[in-house]
Design a protein. Structure first.
Lengths: 255, 414
């Protein structure tokens, strides 16, 4: 018969032993495990040629249909912005319904713009930047969002608790709550298509080749070649997120 | 057709150029959450002022605020449950904490802190539990039997209430209260960190955020404890006056103890109010002086759209006016109650202006979003993230305290 004091002592000893042996085991992040098993030779990146975009919105339509984001809601995985810079210096911009139906009105931000007032105007497609340092992954409290070895950031719908911290953390506003699943939702670069050797839905839908997806680790990939040889820009690099969507002809007024 | 619900669409009004996915995702419950954890931290710090720093004048307040802080603590995670899109998955924070996230610390900090508060209460009331368990022995009636069972369980089998044992208890209480202060500050400081570390949000991102949160937390906690204390004491006085039975004390005696304690506690309140206000002003001045890229839109929000919320409601009504009311000599209970209500309102507005104000402008820096809080709910979302949900959360700690106080009476005024 052990008395209480001795029982507590044994308990303490056991706890210490368990704690130290647990310390010997190295805890690894899922990405570390993957890195040890396979060195990925793929890093997906995206190239947007803003000179080629006409704002038709086919990419948005295609994305919604491909990825089952309800058609008639304002949230969307990808969208197109219209920028109109007037001669008086004003910058007007809009993206009605994410440009799902294109831009069919000359009205921007409740202003009817006359052609002779415009000094320049252009369209800018947006999607997830699949950042090298994704702040959304950093802030997820349960690890429901994660980065694949090929750089694509995904959300586990079966594990997301719906706190919205990742939505707050993304400087690009690409995340939202899925209207049906009610979990964090984002552009996945159509990874389910990429792994089958296909292009993303938006790339396939673009009639003008304004959107391209490619493997940044392959220097012979046409996308990589453009990024390596031409003058490209990225969005909001001041946040240190290292975005991997590159833009040709990016204007300083683009937000 | 599946149920389609765009979170935030119902209460967000967009203006000028915003991204299509931007809405007020963090609404009233995220205002309530730091408010509640703040009250927890504040109430605990108040009780520790007596236990650790030996502020004898706070002895009566210390017991009450300790038990009240436990009631608040149980209610504190409730706003999160109301906020989560998948509340039943909330426990995952404990199962698979992702430690690069500020929120993941929640499980650890919350449980550590609960443990500290619970064990401190146990040590404070151990003698009482034993006495009750012994006194109720052999007494008849179901109520007595149930209470005896509860007290017997609460003693945890430790019946030694010799002077030596009680002395040891005192020492343990001191240690627990001492350890509890940094943990309480951490519990709330990390709530500030959750906001302060969001680099995408120009209003939130400042290293001052956790410190500002802690200071305003202590302010709100002390104010709520004082207010609750006054209400309970007034109720007691009322009962003494209206009952025919003779009481051990007269209403005048109770009133004397009450005003004395309230005046003493308000000194601490004023001190922390100065600290909170100074830090907030520093933050504002610094933003204006450095005027980085985001300042244009921030200025238009702070001095334009949110001017009433920030300068009139928060600083004016919530800080400066109660500060004057508390500083004027010969404070009466009535005046103090008014000041305390204003202080609590000011802290609520501070949380509001941080959480909602931080989402009042778009990530484009070229558009705005306005939050129309749902008043009358027409579905579960507008209930949870509307006025009624917030009120329910606000009432909860008082109900819990009423229950706890049945078992651990914290309002002995002698």
């Amino acid at each position: 018969m052990t008395d209480r004091r001795e029982f507590l002592k044994t308990l303490l000893r056991g706890t210490l032993l368990a704690a130290t042996s647990a310390g010997v085991i190295k805890f690894m992040k899922p990405s570390e495990v993957r890195a040890q098993i396979e060195q990925s030779n793929v890093r997906w990146g995206f190239l947007v040629d803003t000179y080629k975009c006409v704002g038709c919105g086919f990419c948005v339509k295609a994305c919604k249909l491909e990825n089952e984001v309800p058609y008639d809601v304002p949230v969307t995985r990808t969208w197109v912005e219209r920028y109109v810079i007037l001669k008086d210096g004003r910058v007007l911009a809009d993206t009605p319904m994410g440009a799902r139906d294109g831009f069919i009105s000359a009205e921007v931000q409740e202003t009817i713009v006359k052609p002779d007032e415009i000094t320049k105007a252009f369209f800018v497609p947006k999607l997830c930047n699949q950042c090298d340092k994704p702040p959304c992954v950093q802030v997820c409290p349960v690890g429901a969002t994660y980065q694949r070895a090929d750089g694509v950031v995904l959300v586990d719908r079966s594990w997301c608790i719906g706190c919205g911290y990742c939505i707050m953390a993304c400087p690009y506003g690409v995340r939202f709550f899925h209207p049906v699943y009610r979990t964090a939702e984002k552009c996945t670069f159509c990874i389910h298509r990429l792994v089958k050797g296909m292009k993303t839905a938006c790339v396939d839908a673009c009639p003008f080749g304004a959107r391209q997806v490619g493997n940044l680790k392959d220097i012979n990939d046409p996308v990589t070649k453009v990024i390596l040889t031409e003058r490209v820009g990225v969005l909001k690099d001041e946040y240190g997120t290292k975005p991997q969507v590159y833009y040709l002809g990016l204007d300083e007024t683009v937000r | 057709m599946e149920d389609v619900y765009v979170h935030g669409l119902e209460w967000t009004v967009k203006e000028l150029f915003t991204y299509p996915n931007e809405f007020i995702y963090w609404s009233i419950q995220i205002v309530m959450y730091p408010l509640m954890t703040g009250l927890v931290a504040g109430a605990f710090v108040l009780s520790s002022l007596y236990h650790v720093f030996g502020q004898k004048d706070l002895k009566d307040m210390a017991k009450f605020s300790l038990v009240f802080s436990f009631a608040l603590l149980i209610a504190a995670p409730m706003p999160l449950m109301f906020h989560l899109q998948h509340p039943l998955r909330g426990v995952e924070v404990f199962f698979t904490p992702h430690f690069t996230s500020a929120i993941s610390a929640f499980g650890i900090v919350f449980f550590t802190y609960s443990m500290i508060v619970a064990s401190e209460i146990w040590f404070v009331y151990r003698k009482y539990f034993v006495e009750q368990a012994l006194a109720l022995k052999g007494k008849e009636g179901l109520r007595n039997a149930v209470m005896r069972c509860i007290y017997r369980a609460l003693t945890l089998g430790a019946y030694d209430i010799s002077e030596k044992a009680l002395e040891k208890d005192e020492k343990v209480i001191k240690v627990l209260a001492g350890v509890g202060i940094p943990v309480a500050c951490f519990l709330h400081g990390y709530a500030g960190f959750i906001f302060g570390s969001v680099k995408a949000n120009a209003l939130w991102m400042t290293p001052l955020m956790p410190v500002i949160f802690i200071m305003s937390a202590i302010v709100s906690g002390i104010a709520l404890c004082m207010l609750t204390y006054i209400v309970i004491m007034e109720w007691k006085k009322f009962r003494i006056k209206t009952s025919r039975r003779p009481w051990e004390v007269t209403a005048e005696e109770v009133g004397g103890v009450e005003i004395d304690l309230v005046r003493k506690t308000s000194k601490y309140l004023i001190g922390f109010m100065i600290a909170a206000f100074t830090l907030e002003l520093l933050d504002l001045v610094f933003r204006g002086y450095t005027a980085v890229k985001s300042w244009d839109i921030l200025r238009s929000v702070i001095y334009g759209k949110d001017f009433t919320n920030i300068f009139i409601l928060q600083y004016g009504l919530g800080n400066i006016l109660p500060f004057i009311l508390l500083l004027l000599p010969r404070a009466s209970i009535r005046r103090t109650v008014l000041a305390l209500c204003l202080v609590l309102f000011g802290v609520f507005m501070m949380r509001w202006n941080v959480v909602i104000g931080g989402q009042a402008f778009s990530l484009t820096f070229a558009g705005y979003m306005h939050y129309n809080i749902p008043i009358l709910p027409h579905n579960i979302e507008t209930f949870k993230e509307g006025v009624l949900g917030a009120l329910l959360i606000g009432i909860m700690p008082f109900g819990l305290f009423w229950v706890f106080n049945r078992v651990v009476p914290s309002l002995k005024y002698k």
